[in-house]
Design a protein around this ligand. Structure first.
Ligand code: AGP
Length: 618
C-alpha cells in the first residue's frame, strides 16, 4: 500500500523515479507523483490515476530536471484519489517535499495547531500535515545554528510529535544533496549504489540498479547522499545496520511474454512448488527439514497448540494448514484473522506457538498479531515469501516460500507455495508425534509429484478459458466444497471477486442447505469442488441439492470420474493425488477461471480497483 522511492546520484532523477514507481505500482495506483530538486527549487509533478494514464504524460509535457528526487504511488487512506491529494506534498515554505506510506493518526490535532499558526493546506491528506510539521521544525532549527544535518534533525523533531505509521522520504531545496528517510510500521530500504543511493518501499523498485540493500528498522532515520548513508534510531542510541544481498534479479519481476503478471505467476507454479520443496524433503528420515525454524526437536515436540494468524488469501491457506497439522501431527490448531487475534484478548495456553502466514511479510494486521504474541511471551514463527521483510525479520523463526516476486495484486503462486510449505511443516511436526514413516513417505512423494501435475493442469488453460467465457456475464457465483477443499472454495470466490468485481460467495457445500441455498437459481452458477476423496458421496449429495434448484454447475473433479459429467454442465479434471494435497492442485483451475472471467469482462487483473498488493495499515 503506497510505494515510495528516492534517488540521489548523477543520473537524471525523473526516469529513475518513474521506472521505480512502475515497479512499485502494485502497491497502489490511485495516483502518483515525483518531486525533483532543481536550481534552488523543488519541482513537483503529480496526477490522479495509474502512472501511464497520468504522471507519465505530465512529466513528458513538463519535464523535471535534477539528480535528486522522490516519488510516490498512492493507495488512498486519507482523502479521495485526486491530483491535490497525490504525493509529494510540500511544506508551507515550499522548500520541503515529502512522500509517505502509512497513517498519521493524530494529523487532525497537528493540523489545527498549524492552521492557528497560519499554515495553509491544499489537500485533505495526513501527509501534507506531516510535510508542514517537518517544515515548521526545519525553520526553527535553521534559525539557530544551521548544520548539514538540519533536515535530518527537523524530521526527527517532527516524528517525535507523530502518532501513527510511516515510511517516508524527504528532500529540501536548501540541502540539495540529501534525502532523509524514516520508517515506523511501513517498510523502507536503502539501496546502495556506486556514486548513487536509493530509498524504496521494497526492493522491486531498485533491483535493476543494485543488489545491495539495508532494511531499515522501526524508528530508524536515514540520511542518504550520493557517497554515503547514515542511520540513527529515534528509540535507541545506535541503529542496527546490516547490508544484505538481494536474492532476485530485475528480470524476475518482469512480465515477459505474458499478458498479465497474474497469468505469468499462475504459470510459474510448477517451478515455485519445486522451489518450496527444494532441499526440504528428507526421504531417509521420512520427514521434512527446515533451516530457519530456530527450535530444537524437544521444543517442537513440546508445542501443545498452534494458532495460525493471517489475512486474506493467506488466511485461506491457514485454514488448509489447520486440517493438515491436525491430521498429520494431531496437534490442535486454531486459525485467526490476524486483526481479530490482536484485539480480542484470546487466552493463549503456555505451550502455544503463533504461526503467521504472509506473502509480503509487511501486512500490518499480521505483523501486529506477531508482535502481540511475542509481547505475551509466545514464540512466533512465520511462513513468508519476501526475504528480509519485517515479519521475516521480527519472527523467532520461519520458513521462506521461495516463490520469487509476486507482482499481481491477486495472490496465486504464493498461496500454492504456502500450502506446499504447510504440508511439509505438518509432516515435520507429525513425524515427531504419531505420523508413521510409511504415511509420511506417501505424502512426500505426492508433494514431489505436484509440479508435474500442475504442469498438466496448466495445459487445460484453453478449455478453462472456454468455460470461463461461457459464464463471464453471470452476476453472482457460489464456490462450494467440503473438507480440505472448503478453504479452496473460499479462495476461489475471493479470486473472482477481487479481479472481476463479480459477487461470489465461498461456502461449505454442507452448510448451504442451512440458508444460502435460497439464493440458487438458473442464473447463479456454482463452482463445485468435488474431488474423489473421503467426502465424495456427501459432496455429491450436496451438489444434487443445487442441481435440483436448477443451478448451473461447473465441477472440479478427479480425472476418471465419469459420474460427475451427468450432473454438471462443465467439468475441469484434476490429476489424482492424496486427499490432503488436493487443495494444491484444485487452486490452479480456480485461479485460471477467475483470470479468464476478469479478462473477458475487460478488467485490469493486475491492478484491480480499490486494492493494493500489500496492506501496511491496520
Ligand atoms: C490476495 O489475493 C489478496 N489481495 C489479499 O487478500 C492478501 O492475501 C492479504 O492482503 C494478505 O497479504 P499477505 O499474504 O502479503 O500478508
Amino acid at each position: 500500500m503506497c510505494g515510495i522511492i528516492g534517488y540521489v546520484g548523477k543520473k537524471a532523477a525523473s526516469p529513475v523515479l518513474l521506472e521505480g514507481l512502475r515497479r512499485l505500482e502494485y502497491r497502489g495506483y490511485d495516483s502518483s507523483g515525483v518531486a525533483v530538486l532543481g536550481n534552488s527549487t523543488v519541482e513537483v509533478r503529480k496526477k490522479k490515476g495509474k502512472i501511464d494514464e497520468g504522471l507519465a504524460h505530465e512529466i513528458q509535457s513538463r519535464p523535471v530536471n535534477g539528480d535528486v528526487g522522490i516519488g510516490h504511488t498512492r493507495w488512498a487512506t486519507h482523502g479521495p484519489p485526486c491530483d491535490e491529494n497525490s504525493h509529494p506534498h510540500l511544506d508551507q515554505s515550499e522548500k520541503i517535499a515529502v512522500v509517505h506510506n502509512g497513517v498519521i493518526e493524530n494529523f487532525d490535532v497537528l493540523k489545527q495547531r498549524l492552521l492557528k499558526a497560519g499554515h495553509q493546506f491544499h489537500s485533505t491528506t495526513d501527509t501534507e500535515v506531516l510535510a508542514h510539521l517537518i517544515g515548521e521544525h526545519y525553520a526553527k532549527r535553521r534559525s539557530g545554528k544551521s548544520e548539514s544535518n538540519t533536515l535530518t534533525l527537523a524530521v526527527c523533531d517532527a516524528l517525535r510529535e507523530v502518532i501513527g505509521t510511516y515510511g517516508l522520504a524527504v528532500i529540501c531545496t536548501e540541502q540539495p544533496d540529501v534525502i532523509v528517510g524514516a520508517r515506523r510500521g511501513s517498510p523502507l530500504i536503502i539501496g546502495i549504489g556506486d556514486g548513487e543511493n536509493f530509498l524504496a518501499s521494497d526492493a522491486n523498485a531498485i533491483v535493476a540498479h543494485t543488489q545491495r540493500v539495508v532494511y531499515l528498522n522501526d524508528y530508524d532515520v536515514a540520511t542518504v547522499t550520493r557517497a554515503r548513508f547514515d542511520v540513527m534510531n529515534l528509540g535507541t542510541d545506535t541503529a542496527k545496520v546490516q547490508i544484505s544481498q538481494l536474492e532476485f534479479q530485475a528480470e524476475d519481476s518482469q512480465r515477459g511474454d505474458f499478458e498479465h503478471f497474474m497469468l505469468k505467476e499462475i504459470f510459474e507454479q510448477p517451478r515455485t512448488v519445486e522451489n518450496a520443496l527444494r532441499g526440504r524433503v528428507d526421504h531417509e528420515g521420512a520427514t521434512a527439514r527446515f533451516g530457519g525454524l530456530n527450535m530444537s526437536s524437544a521444543e517442537l515436540r513440546s508445542i501443545e497448540r498452534i494458532v495460525i494468524a493471517a489475512s486474506g488469501t493467506s488466511w485461506h491457506a491457514a485454514l488448509v494448514g489447520e486440517y493438515l497439522i491436525e491430521e498429520f501431527a494431531h496437534l490442535p490448531v486454531e486459525v485467526e484473522f490476524a486483526h481479530e487475534f490482536c484485539y480480542r484478548n484470546a487466552p493463549l495456553q503456555r505451550d502455544t506457538v503463533l504461526l503467521v502466514l504472509s506473502q509480503s511479510g509487511e501486512t500490518a494486521d499480521t505483523l501486529a498479531a506477531l508482535r502481540e504474541a511475542k509481547r505475551r511471551g509466545h514464540r512466533a514463527l512465520a511462513i513468508v515469501n519476501v526475504v528480509g521483510s519485517t515479519i521475516a525479520r521480527e519472527s523467532d523463526g520461519g520458513i521462506y516460500m521461495h516463490a520469487g516476486p509476486e507482482i499481481g495484486v491477486a495472490s496465486t503462486k504464493a498461496f500454492v507455495s504456502t500450502l506446499t510449505v504447510l504440508s511439509l511443516l505438518a509432516v515435520h511436526l507429525g513425524r515427531m508425534r504419531m505420523l508413521s514413516a510409511g504415511r509420511a513417505q506417501e505424502i512426500l512423494k505426492a508433494l514431489e509429484a505436484a509440479p508435474k501435475q500442475i504442469e498438466a493442469l496448466l495445459k487445460q488453460n484453453e478449455e478453462i478459458k472456454r468455460i470461463a467465457v461461457k459464464y463471464a456475464q453471470a452476476e453472482d457465483f457460489f464456490f462450494l466444497s467440503r473438507g480440505y477443499n472448503f478453504p479452496i472454495a473460499l479462495e476461489g470466490a475471493l479470486k473472482l471477486k477481487e479481479i472481476s468485481y463479480i459477487h461470489a460467495e465461498g461456502y461449505s457445500a454442507a452448510e448451504m442447505k442451512h440458508g444460502p441455498i435460497a439464493l440458487i437459481d438458473s442464473k447463479t452458477p456454482t463452482v463445485f469442488l468435488v474431488p474423489q476423496d473421503s467426502m465424495y458421496d456427501k459432496t455429491m449429495a450436496n451438489l444434487a441439492m443445487i442441481r435440483a434448484r436448477k443451478g448451473p454447475i461447473i465441477a472440479i473433479a478427479t480425472e476418471g470420474d465419469e459420474q460427475i459429467r451427468k450432473v454438471a454442465e462443465d467439468v475441469i479434471y484434476l490429476p489424482k493425488t492424496i486427499e490432503p494435497l488436493n487443495p494444491i492442485l484444485a487452486s490452479v483451475p480456480l485461479q485460471l477461471f477467475a483470470y479468464h472471467i476478469a479478462t473477458a469482462r475487460g478488467c485490469d487483473v493486475d491492478k484491480p480497483r480499490n486494492l493494493a498488493k500489500s496492506v501496511t495499515v491496520e
